[in-house]
Ligand binder design. Structure first.
Ligand SMILES: [Mg+2]
Length: 185
């Protein structure tokens, strides 16, 4: 089978990693609960930043957000390696900008994710992921963003959503713990 995965906030806890970096950079005391209470993708509001300031902060911090020690979600690395060992093909489809694509591939490899050179796609917009996913004829695809998954509802790809505070309204089979994934499929 062919399995496709988004990376950020699907396999790795990028938003909370960025939230923690912001706390240090902006010297603000906020808790894990404050993080969980954010019901949108963007994380700047608890720091008192406007949308424009938040965007600027994100872009300015991007190098650090992407390439430091962002943790994978528990069980994600193990689950993907198990799938690979069972003979399945693992694809990554991330909207990370082109200029960060190759370094992201190496960073993911360094974390222990199973990576094949030719099964790693980056640099497309969220709503353009559908083309790659269709061309690859994936059997399964997992993402955290409702907007991405909604473009795939009419296809034969079996969809899963990685549970996040901002995606609870969409009714798609949901992964709350990566260790359950193989039981769900
Ligand atoms: Mg994502």
């Amino acid at each position: 089978m062919k399995f496709g995965f988004d990376i950020d906030d699907t396999l790795i806890n990028l938003r909370e990693h960025a939230f923690n970096l912001y706390k240090t950079k902006l010297g603000k005391e906020l808790s894990h609960e404050d993080f969980l209470a954010i019901d949108r993708v963007e994380i700047h509001e608890p720091f008192g930043l406007s949308d424009d300031e938040g965007k600027e902060m994100w872009n300015r911090s991007l190098e650090e957000i992407y390439f430091t020690d962002c943790p994978a979600f528990p069980g994600a690395i193990e689950t993907l390696n198990n799938l690979e060992k069972q003979g399945h093909e693992i694809f990554y489809i991330t909207a990370r900008p082109k200029e960060h694509g190759e370094r992201t591939k190496q960073w993911m490899r360094d974390q222990g994710f199973p990576i094949h050179e030719d099964r790693f796609y980056y640099g497309m917009k969220d709503d353009e992921k559908i083309h790659i996913i269709k061309d690859l004829d994936l059997d399964y695809y997992v993402d955290d963003k409702p907007g991405v998954l909604e473009t795939l509802l009419d296809t034969s790809v079996k969809l899963f959503i990685k549970d996040q505070s901002y995606n609870r309204k969409i009714e798609i089979p949901r992964i709350t713990n990566w260790l359950d994934f193989q039981r769900l499929i």
